[in-house]
Design a protein around this ligand. Structure first.
Ligand code: NAD
Ligand code: AHE
Ligand code: ZN
Length: 375
């Protein structure tokens, strides 16, 4: 198949919120600096649902969504040296070129090399898509487009992993789990004995809990409007639970009272701007740090009294938990293989690519954390 167009199945999003259509898609060969991957497993993340909803200012249609996956390299384009056909890989929506201003800064995991193309659904080389249906181009998404049996990505967006790792599990290390763990370990840098509040107990919030537990946090307070979430959350380290619906007072006041002035660290893992405010305001005066992890819709803005920051609270955000993707995803895979981090526990459902619309329905039900699709 090297050098040839591959026709395969992919789930195409033609319009916001309209059911995805399983199509025969043509996938062009990888050009210079590109890698074509046979995707074997892909999970669904709420960011896919967000873009599909039409609320993502970077969302373009028609496109192939998906960004939490694992597969095997089918072929590589000219000049690619990092991976070769047969390598087991995880596509990374946050690239790592190790050469750009961002990568060299040592201050961030964001990479500038291909971001201008991945934000508009094309490849860097020719600013065109490698996907088409009957000659009509289909946009890429987040530089990954994993809801397809084959995809083409930039070489700076591929992490080569241990071939012994089970791809049906480690696909989760492409987004949600590292995001939560890294928000704690890299962005907040939670110390032993800290008090932590987590808003939203989906996969990302539970991974924050797991990260907080391994960091030695004392109180790990989970906050969710669905009380059923507590039972599962206990397994990930949450040791107290608050449902905002059980209280008349604003949730930040409830947390401040519960913690003698506020928590040391809080995490917003929902994507709701009023909860982001509450998460900041439940932090302790003088040092409390709040990390925004949730992605909010186009047009939404955060607000608080500047006095909250003047008096020492800190507002931060994180993308992919601050992990350097190509360097650290293989390390996270090893941690999983050594049973140092959970992955299997986040998988509540398994389906096929053909059942993707049903899988999205499940995502909106409280019982689903991650659904893994075999392609
Ligand atoms: P999820 O939908 O599984 O989890 C959200 C949880 O929040 C649910 O348990 C829900 O019951 C709860 N919730 C909703 N409204 C609430 C409210 N007002 N108060 C308290 N709880 C509330 O989602 P997820 O997959 O865990 O993702 C969470 C967010 O993180 C999404 O916005 C996603 O787009 C974002 N995300 C960001 C990054 C990043 O790099 N920054 C990476 C992955 C996901
Ligand atoms: N396109 C959206 C922004 C979406 C967003 O913030 N994405 C996160 C990852 S979410 C994964 O589930 C991210 O990494 N952001 C940094 C980046 O470079 O995109 C919008 O609202 O414009
Ligand atoms: Zn995601």
């Amino acid at each position: 198949t090297q050098g040839q167009i591959i026709t395969c199945k992919a789930a195409v999003a033609y319009e916001p919120n309209k059911p995805l259509v399983i199509e025969d898609v043509q996938v062009a060969p990888p050009q210079a600096g590109e890698v074509r991957i046979k995707i074997l497993y892909t999970a669904l993340c709420h960011t896919d649902a967000y873009t599909w909803s039409g609320k993502d200012p970077e969302g373009l249609f028609p496109c192939i969504l998906g960004h939490e996956a694992a597969g095997v390299v089918e072929s590589v384009g000219e000049g690619v040296t990092g991976v070769q056909a047969g390598d087991h890989v995880i596509p990374c929506y946050q690239a790592e070129c190790r050469e750009c201003k961002f990568c060299k800064s040592g201050k961030t995991n964001l990479c500038g090399k291909v971001r201008s193309a991945t934000g508009v659904g094309v490849m860097m080389n020719d600013r065109k898509s490698r996907f088409s249906v009957n000659g009509k181009p289909i946009y890429h998404f987040m530089g990954t487009s994993t809801f397809s049996q084959y995809t083409v990505v930039h070489d700076v967006s591929v992490a080569k992993i241990d071939p012994k790792a089970p791809l049906d599990k480690v696909c989760l290390l492409g987004c949600g789990v590292p995001t939560g763990l890294g928000a704690v370990w890299n962005t907040a840098k939670v110390e032993p004995g800290s008090n932590v509040a987590i808003f939203g107990l989906g996969t990302v919030g539970l991974a924050v809990a797991e990260g907080a537990k391994t960091a030695g946090a004392s109180r790990i307070i989970g906050i969710d409007i669905d009380s059923k979430k507590y039972e599962t959350a206990k397994k990930f380290g949450v040791n107290e639970f608050v449902n905002p619906k059980d209280h008349e007072k604003p949730i930040q006041e409830v947390i401040v009272e519960l913690t003698d002035g506020g928590v040391d660290y809080s995490f917003e893992c929902i994507g709701n701007v009023s909860v982001m405010r509450a998460a900041l305001e439940c932090c302790h005066k003088g040092w409390g740090t709040s990390v925004i992890v949730g992605v909010a819709a186009s047009g939404q803005e955060i607000s608080t009294r500047p006095f909250q920051l003047v008096t020492g609270r800190v507002w931060k955000g994180t993308a992919f938990g601050g992990f350097k993707s190509r360097t650290q995803v293989p390390w996270l895979v090893e941690k999983y293989m050594n049973k140092e981090i959970k992955v299997d526990e986040y998988i509540t459902h398994n389906m096929t690519l053909g059942e993707i619309n049903k899988a999205f329905d499940l995502l909106h039900e409280g019982t689903c954390l991650r659904c893994v699709l075999s392609t």
